[in-house]
Design a protein around this ligand. Structure first.
Ligand SMILES: Cc1cc2nc3c(=O)[nH]c(=O)nc-3n(C[C@H](O)[C@H](O)[C@H](O)COP(=O)(O)OP(=O)(O)OC[C@H]3O[C@@H](n4cnc5c(N)ncnc54)[C@H](O)[C@@H]3O)c2cc1C
Length: 261
């Protein structure tokens, strides 16, 4: 039977752009272009490698996000994924990680899966907890922060590199894994891949399709609330220390004053 791999991909504001908060203190997504979170490219890459090693496998990419989030799906499809699922609903505005995991769990259950592959964190939210919450919601094991991942005989195995030790871990499928940016260079989409991606199917779902109520997501359903946000002050010119014999002393005083030493 075909190995059904689902990859969670997030559409995030471009970190090189000028990012701001909107009036309701959510991220102002109109102000800056978005793209597929760079860390999710590693997840797509690992899913494609697992699929290539399997006799028969299908890779579905899933995103929860606004209309433009299809850009993230198309990028993943151009890398080689087979189909996409886009959960889009106006009521999702301001959803936190708890709500996002609920929506993803419903969408993934509807799609069907043997293995879910996530990135290690999002480049905008950066909580790194979604894969674990998702596994709990799906009621399946999770092995997170893998630098190496493979599937054989109904088991997913991988390596987890910590500060003090390296662990070899495994879990029976179905399972959720997350992979780090050290899991292997993500491939660039080829011209052929980009053209093929335009024709690949993308299913759009809303909250009703997933039997979810508006109050379970969005700002209303969020467990966390941003109370205030202060823009980072503009950078000021640095202080130039001219060494006239006292350079090291002045530098040490400068660092000590800022508690760096
Ligand atoms: C439509 C929408 C609008 C939102 N608006 C805001 C906002 O304005 N301000 C704000 O602070 N938060 C917003 N959020 C919530 C925020 O994006 C969530 O906290 C986030 O989706 C999960 O947390 P994280 O990004 O830190 O995940 P992490 O735990 O860091 O992510 C790990 C992995 O989970 C997967 N993943 C995470 N999110 C998604 C997703 N949405 N779709 C598919 N895969 C995903 C990716 O594989 C990612 O690499 C919004 C969410 C949605 C769905």
């Amino acid at each position: 039977m075909s190995l059904r791999i689902v990859v969670c991909v997030k559409y995030v504001p471009d970190a090189t752009g000028d990012r701001h908060f909107a009036e309701d203190l959510t991220t102002d997504r109109e102000a800056v272009d978005g793209l597929l979170s760079e860390l999710d490219e590693y997840a797509v890459e690992q899913a494609l490698r697992i699929a290539e090693d399997a006799d028969d496998a299908e890779v579905t990419v899933v995103t929860v996000g606004p209309e433009d989030a299809t850009d993230a799906l198309r990028k993943a499809l151009s890398m080689g994924a087979d189909k996409g699922v886009h959960v889009e609903d106006d009521d999702l505005h301001g959803t936190d990680v708890i709500g996002t995991s609920l929506v993803l769990a419903k969408a993934i259950e509807k799609t069907g899966y043997d293995l879910v592959v996530c990135g290690m964190a999002s480049t905008d939210g950066g909580m790194g907890v979604l894969p674990a919450i998702l596994a709990e919601r799906l009621g399946v094991p999770q092995v997170t922060f893998l630098t190496e991942v493979s599937v054989a005989d109904g088991t997913v195995s991988g390596r987890r590199e910590g500060d003090a030790a390296t662990e070899q871990v495994e879990a029976a499928l179905p399972a959720v894994v997350s992979v780090t940016d050290r899991s292997g260079e993500a491939r660039y989409p080829s011209f052929k891949g980009i053209m093929a991606a335009k024709k690949k199917p993308v299913e759009t779902l809303d909250l009703e399709d997933l039997e979810l109520e508006a109050e379970q997501v969005g700002l209303e359903g969020a467990f966390t609330k941003v109370l205030s946000a202060t823009e980072r002050p503009a950078r000021t010119a640095g202080e130039i220390v001219t060494d006239e014999g006292e350079g090291a002393k002045l530098l040490a005083a400068f660092l000590a004053e800022r508690k760096f030493i």
